[in-house]
Write a protein that binds this ligand. Structure first.
Ligand code: NDP
Length: 315
């Protein structure tokens, strides 16, 4: 086992990297553990047009690479590692990772949330080429085009309504007869002149792999077994997100869907009591905003709390 770290940051997306910049600049030599999605969700986006300071927009991977460089300049250390288990009942906290055990006096959990995907090969190949899981990020590129949204919950309805600002027609594709979305959202979508709701259909294939550009989807009707092609230029997945917090079950409080519960944005709790020294930021604790800038904001807050906590404990 190596020496006890002052702080470890779990995750290298926008929240984790912002926390790394702040804690590194404060001289805490943070260790950032990059998981299996280094750079987080931004690293799979294309143009980010709503991050302040980039009037022409910036490519998601470039933004992330710059943040990492900035953190490294101040002395942040990066390791590729997966967290297997965490013991937050002891202090220093102990992390069991794929590169061994790490003890740390403070911990920032910035492990994010992963969009759910259908998991079919054509979909995976066309991510960033017409397939997206983020309407706010990528909707703008579909101005004047026809697109499809997959899902039957509130996210799918919200995405469809948002995307209708750009797309001329949005077809919502839901795998069952009944929608999971709330009545109000569903009614809004039904009433919208540019939105068409289709039920009992599953996406068998996203078309356009050879051209590297989505040109349609092959659908199967689950009731009749019939297949058809729907011509669209974009496919948005609105089938939910999974917070990456399973390994903290029993260590800190999670909500019913597995997001880390926080007080004042970043303070974690156990049985409703604050756990000193453990902070969560970004999408792993934010089901509502899920924006790069809000993740960066809470990353900054978590880092400032770490500084304060370590100072109060004489480190
Ligand atoms: P949900 O779990 O509510 O819905 C996911 C939808 O995707 C379901 O209709 C589900 O189908 C479908 N789905 C899941 N996996 C697949 C798959 N592999 N293939 C095809 N379809 C699939 O997630 P949401 O993200 O929509 O919502 C999460 C929470 O956030 C909810 O509590 C929601 O109310 C809330 N929310 C609220 C908003 C608002 O009020 N403005 C906006 C967005 C979210 P099936 O129904 O068959 O299971």
């Amino acid at each position: 086992m190596s020496e006890t770290r002052e702080t470890v940051i779990l995750g290298s997306g926008c929240a984790g990297l912002t926390a790394a910049i702040y804690t590194a600049r404060a001289g805490l030599k943070p260790l950032v553990l990059e998981g299996h999605e280094p750079g987080g969700q931004l690293s799979i986006t294309t143009l980010v047009e709503n991050f302040p300071g980039w009037p022409e927009g910036v490519q998601g991977p470039e933004l992330i690479a710059n943040m990492k460089k900035q953190a490294e300049r101040f002395g942040a250390e990066f390791q590729t590692a997966h967290l297997k288990a965490a013991d937050l009942h002891r202090h220093p906290f102990r992390l069991s990772t794929s590169i061994g055990e790490i003890d740390t006096r403070s911990l920032i959990v910035a492990s994010g949330a992963s969009a759910r995907w259908l998991g079919i090969e054509s979909e995976q190949k066309l991510i960033g080429h017409g397939v997206s899981s983020c309407a706010t990020c990528d909707g703008f590129f579909f101005r004047g085009l026809e697109i499809a949204v997959v899902g039957g919950g509130d996210t799918a309805m919200e995405e469809a309504i948002f995307l209708s600002r750009f797309a001329t027609k949005v077809t919502v594709l839901h795998r069952r007869e009944n929608f999971r979305a709330s009545k109000i959202m569903l009614e809004r979508a039904i009433a919208h002149p540019q939105i068409v709701l289709r039920t009992n259909v599953i996406v068998e294939e996203v078309l356009g792999v050879d051209q590297k550009e989505v040109c349609g989807v092959r659908l199967k009707n689950t009731a009749t077994g019939e297949e058809e092609t729907l011509h669209v230029s974009g496919v948005f997945l609105g089938i939910g997100h999974e917070p990456n917090a399973k390994m903290f079950h029993g260590q800190i409080d999670l909500d019913a869907e597995g997001y880390i519960l926080t007080q004042n944005n970043v303070f974690t709790t156990r049985n409703g009591q604050i756990v000193p020294g453990v902070y969560a930021c970004g999408d792993v604790q934010d089901r509502r905003y899920r924006q790069a800038i809000t993740a960066a904001g809470t990353g900054c807050m978590a880092a400032l709390e770490v500084e304060k906590y370590l100072e109060e404990h004489g480190h």
